[in-house]
Design a binder for this molecule. Sequence first.
Ligand SMILES: NC(=O)c1ccc[n+]([C@@H]2O[C@H](COP(=O)([O-])OP(=O)(O)OC[C@H]3O[C@@H](n4cnc5c(N)ncnc54)[C@H](OP(=O)(O)O)[C@@H]3O)[C@@H](O)[C@H]2O)c1
Length: 294
Amino acid sequence: MKIAIIGGNGQLGCDLVQAFTANGDQVIPLTHSNLEIASLDSASRALPPLQPQVIVNTAAMHHVENCEREPERAFAVNALGAKNLALVARDLGCVLIHFSTDYVFDGSKMCPYVEEDVPRPLNVYGVTKLAGEHFVRGSLEKHFVVRTSALYGKSPCRAKGGLSFVELILKLAKERPEVRVVASEVVSPTYTAELARQIVALSCSNAFGLYHATAEGSCSWYDFAREIFALTNTKVSLQVAGPNEFPAKVPRPSYSVLENRGLKRLGLNLLRPWRDGLRNYLGITGACQAAVTP
Ligand SMILES: NC(=O)c1ccc[n+]([C@@H]2O[C@H](COP(=O)([O-])OP(=O)(O)OC[C@H]3O[C@@H](n4cnc5c(N)ncnc54)[C@H](OP(=O)(O)O)[C@@H]3O)[C@@H](O)[C@H]2O)c1
């Protein structure tokens, strides 16, 4: 199939390019210099000449503080951008795979969210991503809207700049005698290469709809750091950060774990426990045992 990947140089986009290429698809990576999704005109000029059968959209404004500061721009990219791509995909008769976020939930459920749960975003980022989901689901039948969470990959996240959580925490361990990490946010850290393989498998079905796709299980950022240090044999003092040490400038869900219920129903859930994904990222092979038991 011919697949146009928007945000093809981003954290997830790079792995999607690799995974679809490995699947034998003809992949066209597109960057921000090729199109601006917030503009229907730009999307309508860039995509039709390529005649894709599938458009994959990883582009988003997802720096949470920037979204809060610039809500109009966040809505233009995350909501109207998604709508623009859905309209172009509908005109071309092609499938749209669009990424959304665990931040559409408020975190109060305290057990994994399934696709049927009612979203209640706490911040502008979550509100605008939820609006994007509605635009896609309301305007295009052939869609996959995929909510994911806490991504890390070999290519850095462009919106957040610099290093992934894994690389940042390893860098801090080299520079400081003690590393302090919050334990107050519980997530499912998801390796983008594993998510990308999941997306390829899902794209081969025609079971269009809304899906959760994250690594299995959950942990706090502190637990994640502990596992990173254990697996890399990094000797550093790791402490739980106090409640006011890194005050959140924007409200975020304290628990945003998703269950891949839709994928499991289809018998298509390839995503493994987060520890296995981390071992894969770190290049550790062999039988997986918990290096640290929380
Ligand atoms: N990162 C996470 O932890 C996380 C968690 C849950 C959900 N998600 C979702 O997963 C998706 C991918 O995230 P990621 O971490 O791979 O992001 P990323 O590394 O920041 O990549 C996003 C890509 O989209 C491009 N882009 C941004 N705005 C654009 C626009 N208006 N028009 C066209 N291209 C634009 C960026 O190019 P430039 O950098 O050149 O602007 C970049 O290539 C996003 O939809 C995000 O909401 C991410």
